[in-house]
Design a protein around this ligand. Structure first.
Ligand SMILES: [Zn+2]
Length: 290
């Protein structure tokens, strides 16, 4: 089970979230059958969304849209404040690695575009905020969003590591934020530590990467673990929901599906689940509609 840990420095001036998102990204890869670069790009977006959702209070939903103009197409993800995230990438088949090192490439294939965050508090008035894609590596794009749009200086590191068969081995990351009241001296200590931090992929490969991340962030400084939350890939789609969606189609389309296609298959774009509606099901929907 994946987890997100919230922590705060004893001085109260810095807070950090650290995440293990391995199962989340494994599930996304299984659901969408993604190749290497697409797996990492989608995985990083899901982790970014888990961080943003954890940053919200109450019962709300956070949508992240990474809208680049290159190979990946759009990456769309939705998370709630109960630890659930779902998402998809338009092009599941991007598979580009550096020849010498085998490193999976992401940023160069995102292209230029926008990093869009939509927060829905359930009031019917979602709040949308957009910043440009900075590097397309997602972590930097999220840090830029938090610093520019939410006016909170933030450092973010997140990544997805694959094994030799391009299957997800480990995924996770961190977000560190400076809170009001931090002294210049304290800020420069944290900055120096973040700059000298081992690569996020090295930390993720540690035996316990949650501990490795926390000690890389705080060094010797005292801090408190505030909470540990369970997170995971879960889609809220259902047969009932798609049945309702079918019922909104024009009658002629439904008749065509029943008589010409002899049934319909609907695939949930967020999780890949397939729902079959046979002629009897469609007949019932048509009858209810009429
Ligand atoms: Zn679904």
């Amino acid at each position: 089970m994946d987890k997100l840990i919230k922590s705060i420095s004893e001085s109260g001036a810095f807070r950090a979230y650290v995440l293990d998102s391995t199962e989340t990204v494994k599930q996304a890869q299984v659901n969408h059958d993604t190749l290497s670069s697409s797996t990492v790009a989608l995985g990083r977006t899901l982790i970014a969304n888990q961080i943003l959702a954890a940053n919200q209070k109450g019962d709300s939903k956070v949508t992240v849209k990474v809208i680049g103009n290159s190979s990946f197409g759009h990456i769309i993800s939705v998370a709630d404040t109960k630890g659930n995230v779902k998402g998809y990438i338009q092009n599941t088949g991007v598979d580009i690695k550096k020849t010498a090192t085998g490193e999976v490439l992401v940023g160069p294939f995102m292209g230029a575009g926008q990093f869009v965050v939509i927060v829905d508090y359930g009031t019917g008035n979602p709040y949308t905020s957009t910043t440009p894609i900075v590097s397309g590596e997602i972590g930097e794009d999220l840090a830029f969003y938090l610093t520019e749009s939410e006016q909170t200086p933030s450092a973010v590191g997140l990544n997805v590591l694959l094994d030799e068969n391009d299957q997800v081995k480990v995924a996770g990351g961190f977000m560190l934020q400076v809170l009001p009241g931090a002294s210049e001296e304290e800020i420069s200590r944290y900055e120096k530590r973040i700059q000298n931090m081992p690569a996020i992929s090295t930390l993720l490969e540690s035996e316990d990467h949650i501990d490795a991340l926390l000690s890389a962030i705080y060094g010797d400084e005292p801090y408190k673990r505030l909470s540990e939350e369970t997170i995971g890939f879960n889609c809220d789609c259902s047969r009932h929901r798609f049945e309702s969606a079918l019922a909104t189609l024009p009658m002629a389309d439904l008749e065509d599906m029943k008589d010409k296609d002899q049934g319909a298959e609907i695939v949930c774009q967020f999780c890949g689940t397939k729902y079959q509606f046979n002629q009897n099901d469609l007949e019932a929907i048509i009858r209810d509609k009429a």
